[in-house]
Ligand binder design. Structure first.
Ligand code: NDP
Length: 291
């Protein structure tokens, strides 16, 4: 099949172009959108994610600062840091890099971030607004998925969307976004997870499948219907014989999916670049709302 490749690189660069004039307007008013990042511990993947986020902020001449805290940081100490950042006017957005060490209750931490600075959209106030159909800050990855779909004019209205995964970061919010009565959404949505019996009976009925489970090459061409759209959020390392010793693959098996899917996000270069673009956009939005 002639599968359309939905490029997050293309869409994210359109997002950055669109943000330039908004950033310039803010700067003429004396505001440089600023992001505070809190990183607890030395998890290598988290370090990579944080570095790529702050690198983008500096490329765009935006302000960001990373507070690196030792792994033994207590929950109370982390909460104190967030309180200080909540009232620091240099920062329009605050991001706590997940996962946190096990002795820290992530929900309590996300609850401490001021909803006005919660550019990741994980605070219960923002998640509640999203669920009520009045989104304030939308979590970056699901927001990025919706942006890819609208960029490529893929309208989900009246379609059956199957989401695999129900995390608060991706699966749950994208299932809500796609089901909202709003342009390009308005879909009938099924959420599958580790408790679902025979996931593929659902994916085979779907007009669009959104994969967010973190299981390499889980979905194959045989598991979708002809012409389905596949959005692959997964980022997994598969060991191979290359110099790096691994390759990155999604939750879908690209080769067999391309035989049946009408459109597909690649891994890497699909949803990934959108997550950072939406973080920048949410931070710019937070700065605009602070005027
Ligand atoms: P989580 O581990 O938090 O959630 C995974 C979800 O998938 C859970 O709901 C889990 O079910 C479900 N699940 C796991 N294995 C299976 C299975 N075999 N069958 C059915 N359901 C299953 O992951 P995240 O949502 O944080 O991330 C998902 C993937 O997306 C990961 O690969 C991650 O790296 C990637 N990711 C990519 C981003 C990007 O920018 N591109 C951003 C964020 C994540 P249950 O609830 O029952 O445990």
């Amino acid at each position: 099949m002639d599968t359309q490749i939905l490029s997050g690189k293309t869409v994210s660069s359109a997002v950055y172009d669109g943000l330039t004039s908004r950033i310039n307007t803010l700067k003429t008013k004396g505001i440089t959108p600023g992001l505070a990042v809190l990183l607890v511990g030395e998890d290598p993947a988290s370090q990579v994610y944080v570095n790529s986020k702050t690198k983008k902020f500096s490329e765009l001449d935006l302000f960001s600062e990373t507070l690196r805290l030792p792994v033994e940081t207590s929950e109370d100490d982390l909460i104190s840091h967030i309180h200080i950042l909540n009232s620091d006017k240099r920062f329009n957005g605050i991001l706590v890099q997940l996962p946190l060490p096990k002795h820290i209750d992530s929900d309590k931490i996300l609850n401490t971030i001021s909803p006005e600075k919660d550019v990741d959209g994980f605070n219960p106030v923002n998640l509640g607004n999203l669920t009520a159909g009045k989104p304030t800050f939308i979590p970056c990855t699901p927001k990025g998925i919706m942006r890819i779909l609208s960029h490529y004019d893929i309208d989900l209205s009246g379609k059956h969307v199957v989401v695999v995964g129900r995390s608060n970061i991706v699966g749950r919010p994208i299932s809500i976004l796609t089901s909202l009565k709003s342009p390009m959404a308005n879909a009938t949505v099924t959420i599958c997870h580790s408790g679902t019996k025979d996931i593929f009976q659902f994916t085979r009925q779907a007009d669009a499948v959104i994969l967010a489970l973190g299981y390499p090459e889980f979905l194959k061409g045989d598991h979708i219907k002809e012409g389905a759209v596949v959005i692959d959020v997964g980022i997994n390392r598969l060991e191979d014989n290359s110099d790096k010793g691994y390759k990155l693959v999604g939750d879908g098996e690209e080769t067999s999916l391309k035989e049946k899917a009408s459109a597909l996000t690649p891994v890497p270069g699909g949803v990934g670049p959108m997550t950072i673009a939406m973080l920048v956009e949410n931070t710019v939005e937070a700065a605009e709302r602070s005027l």
